[in-house]
Design a protein around this ligand. Structure first.
Ligand code: B12
Ligand code: SF4
Length: 455
């Protein structure tokens, strides 16, 4: 049986143009699992290769899987509809599809939806594709039964991540991603999944599970050996919460040192994990950690409470001090647009970020992603049904204090305030510079956006 997996392109363009073309690891994991069970699998990443799906002959494939986050949901559906018309069954997965299986099936946008982790369910769907009477036993699957009823099976999470094979980086055509970190070719890797913290706006915890699960340190070191042999000198760990278990991080760091990998790497962390476990930070630094991404989100403690961030803003300065001590750069992230946000609180966050003086600062506009608690709160206030605008740079809900235009103005002003610092500007020159430039340039998109949100 032959299965094709598709990663739709980032059509809004910001991330692709900024050079953030990362291989879709999720599809890599699914491909590896299917191949281990004997299936023939192909992956097409439309961010790095041209794919004319309208004229493509899909008849050689028995099943096509398409991944989709919210921004690309419309594109994923357009591709899906064409493939369905050509008579090939389509399954949708990924963070957006996982949150809305019922509407996808009701609107006939795909034949199946797999919510959450796809590895095991994809194997079973492939195995029983011609035996629909067995669909009810496939966890995470949503489908239409023989009576025309939508069935949504229970969602489960993979308990032991080590049962999974390494992601299929061969089919991902890794050599076509020209990414670097600290001037070295960089690979993306995952060592754990999920996060127990349940921040109001975050879909990671909802969709990868509130229960944090990890690969063993030995297994992650084995994966790093492969990356090293393939020519990578740096790594981005895309775990939702890399530093959740400090003992494991120390084990991983010691493994990297013992194997003399000399990787330069960065990962996602949390304030209290850094402050409580400085021995972990020391060990990370010794193994080559050069940057940590930390979501401080706001300088206003009542906004942090709204976000359920379980954090007070003053801790940010302690984090900056600890990281400075261990020569690790800070990548600080902020979100503007909480329901109680005002021009005054945004100014406070901008000044706070300037004082914090991190290497990289990221501002996003609060975006309610389906599946999150924030979406449940705001679902009746959404002002556009064009998912392209759910990219964290547009206001997509009716805000009590801001129009979409005025918040967008504050967002751009925040970036300008932080990136007029020449040192910071130079550091991110290839990446964020392009994002900001494209934001300003995307007048055409803005005109359309204004039209969309004007009623
Ligand atoms: C790396 C990353 C990026 C990278 C590259 C993305 C890429 N190539 O994968 C960059 C930096 C470009 C990026 C950008 C953005 N990202 Co991002 N990103 C991630 C991150 C940290 C890791 C993705 C990953 O590799 N996960 C690990 C793999 C194993 O999981 P997975 O991809 O989800 O795949 C599993 C399942 O989803 C499922 N599955 C996935 N696809 C399919 C397909 C089929 C057919 C099936 C059956 C199953 C299936 O099975 C897989 C294996 O279990 C995730 C958070 C996270 N930890 O997942 C956020 C995340 C995906 N990003 C998110 C967001 C919001 C964004 C941005 C809008 C930026 C922003 N403001 O935060 C942009 C939008 C980019 C765009 N599409 O235009 C959200 C998505 C929420 C949503 N509902 O859309 C996430 C979940 C983080 C969050 N804040 O909650 N991102
Ligand atoms: S700590 Fe980070 S990954 Fe965890 S729920 Fe909050 S925002 Fe999401």
């Amino acid at each position: 049986m032959k299965i094709l997996l598709i990663n739709p392109s980032w059509s809004s363009g910001y991330y692709a143009k900024a050079g953030f073309g990362f291989p879709p690891l999720g599809l890599g994991y699914i491909s590896a699992s299917l191949k281990r069970d004997g299936y023939n699998v192909g992956i097409i990443d439309m961010n790095i290769e041209k794919f004319d799906y309208i004229h493509y002959d899909f008849s050689e494939w028995d099943l096509v899987g398409i991944t989709s986050d919210t921004v690309r949901f419309g594109d994923a559906c357009s591709i899906s509809k064409i493939i369905k018309q050509k008579g090939v069954p389509v399954v949708l997965g990924g963070s957006h599809a996982s949150a809305v299986p019922e509407s996808i099936l009701k609107d006939n946008l795909a034949d199946y939806v797999i919510s959450g982790e796809g590895e095991e369910s994809m194997i079973e769907l492939a195995r029983y594709l011609k035996e629909p009477e067995r669909f009810s036993s496939i966890n995470n699957l949503a489908y239409i039964d023989k009576h025309g009823q939508i069935k949504i099976n229970q969602q489960t999470f993979i308990k032991d991540l080590d049962i999974l094979p390494f992601p299929d980086r061969e089919s991902l055509k890794m050599h076509r991603y020209k990414l670097t970190f600290e001037g070295r070719p960089v690979a993306a890797m995952i060592t754990s999944r999920g996060c127990p913290f349940n921040c109001e706006f975050c879909s990671c915890s909802q969709f990868m599970g509130m229960k944090w699960r990890r690969h063993s340190a030995e297994r992650s070191i084995e994966e790093m050996k492969i990356l090293k042999k393939s020519g990578y000198d740096s790594i981005i760990f895309f775990d939702d919460n890399f530093t959740m278990d400090p003992r494991r991080v120390i084990e991983l760091s010691e493994g990297m040192i013992k194997n003399n990998f000399k990787f330069k790497w960065w990962a996602f962390s949390r304030t209290e994990e850094i402050l409580r476990h400085q021995d972990m930070v020391e060990s990370m630094s010794a193994s080559g950690c050069k940057m940590l991404f930390v979501g401080f989100e706001s300088a206003d403690d009542s906004i942090l409470k709204d976000y359920n961030k379980k954090l007070t803003s003053n801790k940010a300065f302690e984090v900056a001090k600890v990281l400075k001590k261990y020569k690790i750069n800070l990548y600080a992230a902020f979100i503007i647009g909480s329901l109680s946000e005002t021009k005054k609180t945004i100014k406070k966050s901008v000044q706070f970020a300037q004082k914090l003086n991190p290497k990289i600062v990221q501002f996003s506009i609060l975006t309610p992603y389906p599946g999150t608690r924030l979406f449940e709160t705001l679902k009746n206030k959404i002002i556009t049904n064009d998912w392209h605008f759910f990219d964290g740079t547009h206001l997509v809900f009716k805000h009590p204090n801001f129009s979409p235009k005025s918040l967008r103005g504050e967002f751009l002003k925040a970036y300008i305030a932080l990136y007029k610092n020449p040192k910071r500007f130079m550091y991110i020159s290839k990446g964020l510079y392009e994002v900001v430039k494209n934001s300003i340039r995307s007048i055409g998109m803005e005109k359309y956006y204004k039209k969309v949100v004007s009623h």
